[in-house]
Structures are given as structure tokens and as C-alpha cells.
Design a protein around this ligand. Structure first.
Ligand SMILES: *Cc1c(COP(=O)(O)O)cnc(C)c1O
Length: 395
């Protein structure tokens, strides 16, 4: 018999009752160190007092008005995102996939508005993940997400990860833009090289293409810069964000330059809930914390320490760990043993992580972790590696 909650998730039989900072608390008070943070969602951990205060105040003031009226929190958050980034304008959504849909619609509209409606194709990279709408499963190009859902939405051309020659060869008269995650998340924490990103930017400039970045997972301080593309000193034309900007409140945004958004005039796009006052109150409060002087320095310092310790762990357990990779607090542990077994063993030991493609375990802790959390995580990772080694010795 089908479960009342549609059984599309392979969830663990585990109920979480509360969240406190970097910890989740399950039934019978079992504590889990949360190095999953949703999936890079709870950027400031659980029940951060500033977010609780901002949301509580908004809850007692106004929940929702339509986008037919001005929403002050939206205007404020948009202005702050514009001030902090390459962007001139922002469209608010409820999720990552909607921010991506807006990005692709905008890129197509840009060329249509410039007299080239035949330019609608977007080049994407193997290993990509851009969400689960019909168009975004086509953009991601993964069979496991496309299978059974009818004809693949037209207009997405996929090439091998980081292959510049293939990228050049894929550009044609119908190409509208190039889409990538500066650090692939679901694909297994794969950062594009900075040189490669600069070459992609140059190719876009030379060919009149839009560079669209999906920073839904790697954005909002996760890599130690406000946005991951800043490490390569490039700017996109369009960028989708979501996860970390709400720290657990559902929201997303599509940021763009004035030029890229030229076609997005009155009536071309919309959302009932996008930019809702509750979401805006939280988004503004998240930015208050992330933009505080020193916050990103903390992310960089703490992530260096974590990665040093992980490098030692990888040396000690070279039968289990193949490689540590990633940027900032977006870290992938590529394993030699099955990642789902490791995930389960860690969870039983009280450490939450996330699996990813390429047999990787992702560490995506809240950006507010300190040394004690690192020590605890390393101890639990080490114990899980030892367990797996002991098991292998027995078999
Ligand atoms: C999670 C994710 C999405 C989709 O976001 P949803 O909020 O689940 O729709 C898109 N792109 C990337 C890189 C993601 O990590």
C-alpha cells in the first residue's frame, strides 16, 4: 500500500524532533552533529537566534501579500544582493529549481529581445544537477532523473566536465548560453578550475552568449566567498541561488545584469509566493550575519582546519578514503568503499552527512561550526573508517 507521503524519497527511518545550532536531536534525545545542514541549506545552523527573531517579528506583522503590491522586504533584499554582487536586478522564487527556470527563460528571452529567437540552446556539463522540473532534468541530463518522464525538453546540449575543446565545438548558431555550477554538488563536489571558468567567460563574451551560474548549493558563503565564482574573479550574466540564503526557510532568487534581463518586462514571468514577506525577513537576516565583517574569514579559517584534519584522516585510512576535495565548507570525501555504507555508519555514530555522485560523501556543515565541531566530526569519521576496515578484514 502506498504511503500517505508519496514514496519518492529513500529516507532513513529516523525522526528528528529539534535542531539546536549545529546539532539535530532525534527521538530519545539522541544528538547528531549536523554536517549535512539539510543539503547545504541550514547555512546558519538550526534556530539561529537572529533568524528566529526576524521570522517571529514578521509572523506577527504580515505573512503574505501578492506581488501586485510592493513588498518592502523584497526591495531591501534585492538592493542588498545587487550591492554585494555583479547583479543589477533580482527575481525571487521559492526554490532552487524555480530560480533555474527563471535563469533559462531569461537567457532565451534575452536573445529573442535582441532579434535572435533561434538562439535558445544552453550548453551544460556532465555531472550537473539543476533541479527536478521537466526542463531542469533535461538541463542536468542524468538518465536516472529523465527516465519515464516523456520526451526530454529541447534545448540542452551536454558536454564532458571541464572539456574546453568540447565546449568550443558545441557552440553553434542556436546557442544562447552556458550553464554550470562552479562547484558541482550532487555530481560529487567537483570544482571547475578557475582557469576553466575564465575561459568559459571569455568564450561567452566572444560569442555573444550568456554565462549562467547555478550557485544554489555553492553560494551564500559556502565556499568562503559570498559566491563561488568570485574565486575565479569572473562575473556571470545570470545566477540562480537558493539553499543557503534561507537557512531553512524555502526561498530562492535569480540574479542578473540589466543587460541580461532586458526581456524580462512586465508580465513575462511571475510567482505567487516568490518573495513572500516571511521569506524576505529570513533572507535579510541571513545576509545580516553572512555580510558581517569577519564572517567569511571564519568560514575560510575553519574550513582550512577541517581540511587539514581530513587530509590526515585520509592518510590514516587510505584503504577507505581515496581523495578529499572541494572548496570552503563544501567538501567531498571520495571513498574506495561504498558511500552509502559510510553514510549509514556515520549516522549511527551521530554524524549527519550527504551522499553524492562519484561515490562521494559530502560534508556541508553550517557555516558557524567551530573547532569543537571539527574535532567531534573527525573522531566520528575516524571511527566509521575503522569500522569499515575491521569489517573488510573479517570478510
Ligand atoms: C538543490 C539544487 C537545485 C534544486 O533546488 P530545489 O530547491 O531542490 O529546487 C538546483 N541546483 C543545484 C546546484 C542544487 O544543489
Amino acid at each position: 500500500m502506498i504511503t500517505p507521503v508519496m514514496p519518492t524519497y529513500g529516507g532513513a527511518d529516523l525522526g528528528i524532533e529539534r535542531g539546536e545550532g549545529v546539532y539535530l536531536i532525534g527521538k530519545e534525545g539522541k544528538r547528531y552533529l549536523d554536517f549535512a545542514a539539510g543539503i547545504a541549506v541550514n547555512s546558519l545552523g538550526h534556530c539561529h537566534p537572529k533568524l528566529v527573531a526576524a521570522l517571529t517579528e514578521q509572523v506577527n506583522t504580515l505573512w503574505h501579500t501578492s506581488n501586485m503590491y510592493r513588498i518592502p522586504g523584497q526591495e531591501r533584499l534585492a538592493q542588498r544582493l545587487v550591492d554585494a554582487t555583479f547583479a543589477d536586478t533580482v527575481f525571487f522564487t521559492n526554490s532552487g529549481v524555480e530560480a533555474m527556470e527563471c535563469s533559462i527563460k531569461m537567457a532565451r528571452k534575452f536573445h529573442a529581445a535582441n532579434g535572435a529567437p533561434e538562439r535558445f540552446r544552453i550548453i551544460t556539463f556532465e555531472g550537473a544537477f539543476h533541479g527536478r522540473s521537466l526542463a531542469m532534468i533535461a538541463a542536468g541530463g542524468q538518465d536516472k532523473y529523465l527516465d519515464g518522464f516523456g520526451p526530454k525538453v529541447k534545448g540542452f546540449d551536454q558536454i564532458p566536465f571541464g572539456d574546453l575543446e568540447a565546449l568550443k565545438a558545441a557552440i553553434n548558431d542556436e546557442t544562447a548560453g552556458i550553464l554550470l555550477e562552479p562547484v558541482q554538488g550532487e555530481g560529487g563536489i567537483k570544482p571547475f578550475a578557475n582557469d576553466f571558468l575564465r575561459s568559459v567567460r571569455a568564450l561567452c563574451d566572444d560569442n555573444g552568449l550568456l554565462l549562467i551560474l547555478d550557485e544554489v548549493q555553492c553560494g551564500v558563503g559556502r565556499t568562503g566567498k559570498l559566491f563561488a565564482h568570485e574565486w575565479a574573479a569572473i562575473a556571470p550574466d545570470i545566477m540562480a541561488i537558493a539553499k543557503g540564503i534561507g537557512s531553512g526557510f524555502p526561498m530562492g532568487a535569480c540574479l542578473a545584469t540589466e543587460e541580461a534581463a532586458v526581456g524580462m518586462v512586465k508580465g513575462t514571468h511571475g510567482s505567487t509566493f516568490g518573495g513572500n514577506p516571511l521569506a524576505m525577513a529570513v533572507g535579510n537576516a541571513v545576509l545580516d550575519v553572512v555580510l558581517e565583517p569577519g564572517f567569511l574569514d571564519h568560514v575560510n579559517d575553519i574550513s582550512k582546519r577541517l581540511r587539514q584534519q581530513l587530509a590526515m584522516l585520509a592518510d590514516e585510512h587510505s584503504d577507505v578514503i581515496e581523495e578529499i576535495r572541494g572548496e570552503g565548507l563544501m567538501i567531498g570525501i571520495k571513498l574506495k568503499t561504498p558511500n552509502l555504507e559510510m553514510l549509514q555508519s556515520l549516522r549511527e555514530g551521530g554524524l549527519m552527512t550527504v551522499a553524492a555522485g562519484d561515490n562521494v560523501i559530502r560534508l556541508l556543515p553550517p557555516l558557524i561550526i567551530d573547532e569543537t565541531h571539527i574535532a567531534e566530526a573527525i573522531e566520528k569519521l575516524s571511527a566509521a573508517c575503522s569500522d569499515i576496515e575491521a569489517q573488510a578484514a573479517k570478510d
